[in-house]
Design a protein around this ligand. Sequence first.
Ligand SMILES: C[S@@+](CC[C@H](N)C(=O)[O-])C[C@H]1O[C@@H](n2cnc3c(N)ncnc32)[C@H](O)[C@@H]1O
Length: 282
Amino acid sequence: MTTRYHFVSGKDDFYYFYNYKPTIRHTTFLFRNGEDNFNWPALAQYIVQKYRNTDKVNIYNYACSDGSEPYSLAIMLSKYSDDTDKFFPIIAKDTVKEVMEPAKSGTIYLEEDDLKKLHDYTAEDVSKYFTQVKGYKKTNGNRILHVDPGDAMQFQINDNLKKCVEFECADIMNDYKNIKPDNSIVLCRNMWNYLNYDSDRMELAKNLYNRLRKNSIVILGYYDGTIHYEARERGGKLTAEECMQRAGFKRCEVPGLQQVWEKPEQVFEKLKRKSFISRLFK
Ligand SMILES: C[S@@+](CC[C@H](N)C(=O)[O-])C[C@H]1O[C@@H](n2cnc3c(N)ncnc32)[C@H](O)[C@@H]1O
């Protein structure tokens, strides 16, 4: 698989060593999975089933990069649900506004691997979702740093798909406050290594835990179960998975989806009992 660095928010070595800011990579693909073999059709079927009696499901895709991830989810939900309106628009957010700009204006750069996966998962022709504009993408100095520029093709995102996703610039570290507590799906995949320290990863896990309530899930990426060498150099020991467990989340038992997390049901039972007792003594 080729690696798509659409753009590296470059911090030079000086900046990195003296300010302890990681180099942010925006690597992403359609239907990205890692060694966990994250199963996109299983995710869509799980979501459709879990929220079958829910009128509105709030989907937040943090660290959305160039939009490949939210569009993958939108495509899968359209395939497996007859009631898609309740899922859309997916609210896609990233701290770096430039990386979302092409998708905002309806453009995405895809490689052969993306097209192959799209066809494998949907059995549809790519033209149902994307219309090819040009053969190959040209790199633009350091701004768009493409490892293998010859590989990416420019596509226009077809209107039906484009309207399923809305983009916004936001940092999950403070934007979690805008997540609706109930019936929410929070994707924050392959981004935890960009949080500087264990304390930042722990803070995010705790904030998500305190924010979310009934029927809400958090989805991590394969790399969030690892510690990147840059994070390790800063003394990092806790993976996002470990932070999620420490905060109180538990893994959902869904085959093919190791990185889906929720609050244990007992927590809600306890809260219910507490509020019943406090009402009795009012
Ligand atoms: C490696 S890409 C992952 C893209 C996509 N989630 C995927 O798995 O294919 C990491 C992205 O996280 C974004 N990011 C890093 N820290 C973030 C934060 N605190 N809040 C929102 N986005 C963040 C970066 O700008 C970058 O686009």
